[in-house]
Design a protein around this ligand. Structure first.
Ligand code: FES
Length: 431
């Protein structure tokens, strides 16, 4: 049969040619429509603020889409910032004896600090090398042997695997290859402990921070930890440390805490002569603020660690230069909790207002926002060059064939003994 023009235009071949042509033209005209979502966010971050010739002098950075509540921005922050920046976590006085530990959730990275028998404070990923369950069960505690409750693998304070039931007899199983993943730490002369989650070689600790801390009157002398707690709130972490409510919160704490401390008259006179300002502040980018209440001989550290794009853990710790009695500790503890809860509620309100106005930084202190944005831009650019995500905190799996066989054996034993495989909890270990 003879084909006609109409037959050609409605044939499958002609429809395919038409579709390809339309897609080609759309791609040329609006290329962003064809980018994957994560790349779009990275692209948006990378280009944000480029209308400003110099980010450091701009008063109002251009805030990219998703800055306050986007999952992709949070994931980029985890890679660009939290995986490779020195972060303040705690002070050495919080670890009284060998085995004293404290657990943290740093942007979804579970980490714990522990004092070893050699007195050194180390940091580890809080992840069992067997099947990645959490090692420490409490926020704070003390034990020189940390046993994973699931299948009994146990680690010492240096992270060494010292016991692996059911694996010890497996030929070729090497305990030394299954120590906890250590996290880089840096302790300042004042005993402040910073961590860096980069699994490779981290950047050198900022000497400017060391110098600034050495001049911080809040850390002069020997002080001890008094109280501390972690609260949580529904807001993006970037709002917390830059909140317009911060000054009022710190001012109220200072006023009320000074009433509790009630210095003796001579100490009051000496401090009022020797101290010029009642409150001194240090910003430990990106998560922490430190305050010295000089007239009261107290120092407060407050940190904002993201749990997600819209939830934040607020960690506060109070230190004193001189001993505080039990009644004083109780009063300070109640005061800090109630004041910080009110502050959290105010940040939540502020967050809702800011996130409703996408592309705005509201009344926040913009200095640090510039710095965060600039770090994200740099990382997004590197990822674009690499053509994929760069995960600085990731440790490469070292699983050997023997280990995999041993793991399979453990799974089978689980089934036999009625462990997790059967949906019941194994008996917890005592530590
Ligand atoms: S997950 Fe820790 S021992 Fe199995």
């Amino acid at each position: 049969m003879e084909s006609t023009d109409a037959d050609f235009w409605f044939s499958p071949a002609s429809i395919l040619v038409a579709l390809v042509t339309i897609i080609f033209l759309l791609h040329r005209t609006w290329p962003h429509l064809f980018q994957p979502k994560a790349e779009k966010v990275a692209g948006s971050i990378e280009n944000a603020g480029t209308n400003n010739s110099d980010l450091t002098v701009s008063k109002e950075p251009e805030i990219p889409d998703g800055w306050w509540s986007g999952r992709e921005v949070f994931e980029l922050e985890r890679r660009a910032l939290f995986s490779q920046t020195w972060l303040y976590l705690a002070h050495s006085s919080q670890f009284e004896k060998p085995g004293s530990y404290q657990s943290f959730d740093v942007a979804g990275f579970p980490v714990f600090l522990i004092r070893g028998k050699d007195d050194r404070i180390r940091a580890f990923h809080n992840v069992c090398r067997h099947r990645a369950y959490t090692i420490t069960r409490r926020e704070t505690g003390a034990s020189t042997i940390l046993g994973c409750r699931y299948h009994g693998w146990s680690y010492d304070t240096t992270g060494r695997l010292v016991k692996a039931p059911q694996f010890d007899d497996v030929p070729g199983f090497d305990r030394s290859q299954n120590s906890l993943f250590e996290v880089h730490t840096h302790a300042t002369d004042q005993g402040m402990i910073f961590v860096n989650l980069n699994s490779g070689e981290p950047t050198a600790f900022d000497s400017g921070v060391s110098l600034s801390l050495s001049r911080f009157t809040g850390l002069e002398g020997k002080f001890t930890w008094v109280v501390g707690q972690t609260l949580s709130g529904n807001f993006n972490w970037k709002v917390g440390a830059r909140s317009r409510q911060l000054d009022a919160y710190i001012g109220e704490l200072h006023r009320k805490i000074s009433e509790i401390v009630r210095l003796d008259p001579i100490a009051k006179i000496v401090r009022s002569i020797t101290r010029k300002n009642a409150i001194e502040e240090r910003v430990l980018f990106p998560t922490t603020l430190m305050y010295s209440f000089q007239d009261a001989g107290l120092c407060l550290a407050i940190s904002f660690f993201p749990a997600s794009e819209s939830r934040t853990h607020i960690r506060y710790d109070l230190f004193a230069l001189s001993a505080v009695d039990k009644a004083g500790i109780r009063s300070m503890s109640e005061l800090l909790q109630s004041t910080t809860e009110n502050f959290t509620a105010e940040i939540e309100l502020e967050y809702r207002s800011i996130s409703a106005k996408q592309g705005s930084s509201g009344d926040l202190n913009n200095k640090d926002i510039h710095q965060v944005l600039s770090r994200l831009q740099e990382h997004a650019k590197l990822e674009r060059i690499e053509g994929g995500q760069i995960l600085p905190a990731m440790h490469k799996p070292e699983g050997s064939t023997l280990f995999q066989k041993a793991d399979q054996l453990c799974k089978e034993l689980d089934c036999v003994s009625g462990g997790l495989q059967n949906g019941t909890s194994p008996s917890p270990l005592d530590w």
